[in-house]
Design a protein around this ligand. Structure first.
Ligand SMILES: [Mg+2]
Length: 348
């Protein structure tokens, strides 16, 4: 009896030492120019920063940056979950698989506490290792040279917004203007139908046959996620690579596609993919070719996502290496990109 009391006393003491405080801060930031995708205009980026602190004063910062139209939870759902967590936290909360952005944000914050490594500034990759996002439509033609002079060699351009004939004419102009070492990713955000996707792929195959011109690296998510099997078939009929993005928006969907035989490129936005550890287990199991990409998160989520991308590159080195889709600094109408994660937390 006495022993039992003593043991529960030790346990209570341990939990007391571990007791973790959770604070959240919602944020809202405006794109300098609304981002035009096949889903329409995106004007405001909203999310939550989370901060864990244990009794020893160790801190873990995380970011929950949902994109509901991409398959994650809504901001309201994420916030409701966080507000429902009773604090002080004595055990890591179980987060449902429907809350993938929350799994990432809280998961990466807990990892900092558990490994006793506070979020420090991860070195931003050199422009040559980044994919720079071009404005949609004709403005891309005047935007790329500025990025090129800064060292960017891989670009992303959103398509599926204007009529196909107009966009394909712009693609031909853009590819001819880019130097031969340039690489271009076309991202349709699932906005094409089969016939349109075939038109794009025929043109890309023709352009890629010329070594003297820049390369279309891949066509990203031409069809909606419900038509993933059709995209796999397209990948067999055309030479231009197809990458899945919306189809593999969560780690559960990634696992499903790989179980069903997808072996092309998969775009991974760690911020909305889910639990970081499950993502690690996925790449360790399949050694997939992944293109890590930003979800327009703040520096907090960005640091955690870049750290994961660096781990992946160390553990699974795809050939040729894919540029990181984190060429997204400077898209917002604020100075947050110049702040450290801790400064951003304090300033919110
Ligand atoms: Mg995409």
């Amino acid at each position: 009896m006495e022993r039992g009391v003593a043991e529960s006393g030790i346990l209570a003491q341990y939990l007391g030492v571990m007791a973790i405080k959770l604070c959240i801060k919602p944020y809202r930031r405006r794109f300098r120019q609304p981002l035009l995708t096949a889903h329409g205009y995106w004007q405001w980026r909203q999310g939550l920063l989370v901060r864990l602190e244990d009794r020893a004063g160790r801190v873990g910062l995380g970011e929950i940056a949902p994109i509901p139209w991409f398959g994650s939870e809504t901001l309201a759902e994420a916030e409701a979950f966080c507000r429902g967590v009773s604090t002080p936290i004595t055990d890591r909360p179980l987060i449902p698989d429907t809350l993938t952005a929350t799994q990432f944000g809280l998961g990466t914050a807990f990892e900092q506490l558990q490994t006793h490594t506070p979020m420090t500034s991860v070195q931003n990759p050199q422009p040559s290792g980044l994919c720079g996002l071009l404005p949609t439509g004709e403005p891309a033609l005047t935007a790329w040279p500025i990025l090129w002079r800064q060292g960017t060699r891989t670009f992303k351009w959103k398509i599926g917004v204007a009529p196909v004939i107009e966009e394909i004419a712009l693609l031909e102009t853009l590819i001819q203007a880019l130097p031969a070492q340039g690489r271009l990713r076309l991202d349709a955000n699932g906005g094409l139908n089969l016939e349109e996707a075939e038109s794009w792929l025929s043109v890309c195959d023709r352009l890629n046959a010329s070594a003297a011109m820049a390369t279309v690296e891949y066509l990203e998510q031409p069809l909606p996620p419900s038509q993933t099997e059709l995209m796999r078939q397209l990948g067999q009929r055309f030479r231009t690579t197809i990458a899945l993005d919306e189809s593999v928006a969560t780690v559960a969907k990634l696992e499903t596609q790989y179980r069903q035989g997808w072996r092309g490129i998969a775009v991974v936005k760690p911020t909305i993919t889910g639990d970081p550890n499950r993502l690690r287990q996925f790449w360790q199991h399949y050694s997939p070719q992944l293109a890590f990409s930003s979800a327009f998160e703040t520096g907090v989520g960005r640091q955690a996502a870049l750290a994961l991308a660096a781990e992946y590159t160390q553990q699974v080195a795809p050939l040729p290496p894919l540029a990181l889709g984190f060429g997204t600094l400077g898209w917002f109408d604020d100075d947050w990109d110049t702040l450290t994660p801790a400064q951003l937390w304090d300033n919110l």
